[in-house]
Design a protein around this ligand. Structure first.
Ligand SMILES: Nc1nc2c(ncn2[C@@H]2O[C@H](COP(=O)(O)OP(=O)(O)OP(=O)(O)O)[C@@H](O)[C@H]2O)c(=O)[nH]1
Ligand SMILES: [Mg+2]
Length: 456
């Protein structure tokens, strides 16, 4: 198998620009950087900066750096495998990664569940580090024995959806910790859903499960044990499955097309996706074909079915999707779309709203403006306080002055009244004296002197 060997290259393609797009040879000495604001800025103001690359800069080597880093770090994939009992799930995983991750035993304890006991779906995880041409892949397969085995399978999907959610939750929790450098990505990157090869159409259980999970994982449906159907049956079965999936609005994994992908890459991915739902056959047994080749396959009295032969089944295409072509795509969609949606919904449910002011302190202009406004408000407040103190003092003094004025006026009136009384008394006395004067004074007496200004 040539799967993980291609991973580093695949990673390079996704993360950095193609070398031929970024490399500028010394001969190409002139490059014009066109400002992106061309449409909004008037032509006269557009500043064209001309730069010359006077030699080899070195960024053409970035993909190699990335390649080395990828090899050092290795890759990881978490694969959820769901399907009814004995559909060949474990066999297919072993076949995909060419390793006996699971013991395959069709007559295991799971084969004979007690019909009296309610069947519980459990979640079992198997991890393995596999290596191919020095490229390491840390693989985790999440198996869900018990799925669809009960008499009533209404909630058989629930423990599986819970498992996917809890993996998202753990990632969310790890992200909110102060130290995020050691986050391990345990999120489910893809879900292989095994459809029983009935040849009819999807069962209600298939539809229920896919509807419950399609917005949380990259869903990849496979037709299990497709060697039990004829080529024609497979084609018709595939069409009916796709019709059901479309009618139910179920979203399947679909790799995005990039502008810089060449036609060959686009054609390859179209060819892969055209096979969905993948009609697979699994086997790790090596058998000899009539023409003497040793192949992985299943042998029947009527012939041999070769696993790694694209004319016999879609196993190769499924492997290309999962490992060779789109492993990084599966992880990116999980992280950027599925997990993001889950995270947003979860935080909103907790009542957490996006608070843009959180980042305001990082904007010095905004911060300055805010401080200025605060300062001005403080000043206005102080001014109002001083004004009110001043006002109350002035009105107090005014009141005091008014009181004193009234007092003075009363005193003045009292004194005036007193004086008027005295005048009156004195005038009366004067009159009395004037009347009494001719009786006592002699006629030759000296002439009377009138004093000027006295009680006239
Ligand atoms: N015809 C055929 N048989 C298969 C295929 N894959 C697996 N088997 C057989 O089916 C039986 C069950 O295979 P497993 O891989 O254990 O199936 P499983 O889905 O993991 O089973 P449980 O874990 O018990 O649910 C074994 O006898 C396999 O040899 C296949 O593609 N075609
Ligand atoms: Mg199994």
């Amino acid at each position: 198998m040539g799967g993980t060997r291609q991973l580093a290259q695949q990673n390079c393609r996704l993360t950095v620009l193609e070398p031929e797009e970024t490399v500028v040879s010394p001969q190409e000495t002139e490059q014009v950087e066109k400002p992106t604001t061309e449409s909004t800025v008037p032509k006269s103001e557009v500043k064209v900066i001309r730069r010359k690359l006077n030699g080899y800069v070195g960024f053409a080597n970035l993909p190699k750096q990335w390649h080395r880093k990828s090899i050092r770090r290795g890759f990881s994939l978490n694969l959820l495998v769901v399907g009814e009992r004995s559909l060949g799930k474990s066999t297919l995983i072993n076949t995909l990664f060419n390793k006996d991750l699971y013991p395959v035993d069709s007559f295991s304890k799971a084969s004979f569940p007690d019909p009296e006991e309610p069947v519980k779906v459990s979640v079992e995880t198997v991890s393995a580090d596999i290596e191919e041409n020095n490229v390491k892949l840390s693989l985790t397969v999440i198996d869900c024995p018990g799925f669809g085995e009960g008499i009533n399978n209404t909630d058989t999907w629930k423990p599986i959806v819970d498992e996917v959610n809890s993996r998202f939750d753990k990632y969310l929790e790890a992200e909110t910790k102060i130290n995020r450098s050691t986050i391990v990505d345990n999120r489910v990157h893809a879900c292989l859903y095994f459809i029983e090869p009935t040849g009819h159409s999807l069962k209600p259980l298939d539809i229920t499960f896919m509807k419950q999970i399609h917005e949380k994982v990259n869903l990849i449906p496979v037709i299990a044990k497709s060697d039990t159907l004829t080529e024609k049956e497979i084609q018709e079965f595939k069409q009916r499955i796709l019709d059901d999936i479309n009618n139910q609005g179920i979203k399947l994994f679909n790799p995005p097309e990039y502008d810089h992908d060449d036609e060959e890459t686009r054609a390859a991915s179209r060819q892969i996706m055209a096979k969905a739902p993948f009609a697979v056959v699994g086997s790790t047994n090596q058998i000899q074909t009539p023409d003497g080749r040793i192949v992985r396959g299943r042998s029947y009295p009527w012939g041999i079915i070769e696993i790694d032969n694209e004319d016999h089944c879609d196993f190769i295409k499924l492997r290309q999707l999962l490992i060779r072509n789109f492993m990084e795509e599966l992880k990116e969609i999980t992280a950027n779309k599925l997990y993001e949606n889950y995270r947003t919904a979860k935080l909103k449910k907790l009542g957490i709203e996006q608070d843009d002011s959180v980042f305001r302190e990082f904007d010095p202009v905004l911060k300055q403006e805010e401080e200025k406004q605060l300062h001005e408000a403080k000043l206005a407040n102080m001014e109002a306080q001083l004004r009110s103190i001043f006002q109350s003092k002035v009105s107090k003094e005014e009141k005091k002055l008014q009181e004193t004025e009234a007092d003075l006026f009363a005193k003045h009136k009292e004194m005036r009244d007193k004086l008027l009384k005295q005048i009156k008394l004195l005038e009366e006395k004067k009159k009395e004296l004037e009347l009494a004067k001719p009786l006592h004074e002699p006629t030759h007496s000296a002439p009377t002197k009138t004093r000027k200004g006295f009680l006239r």
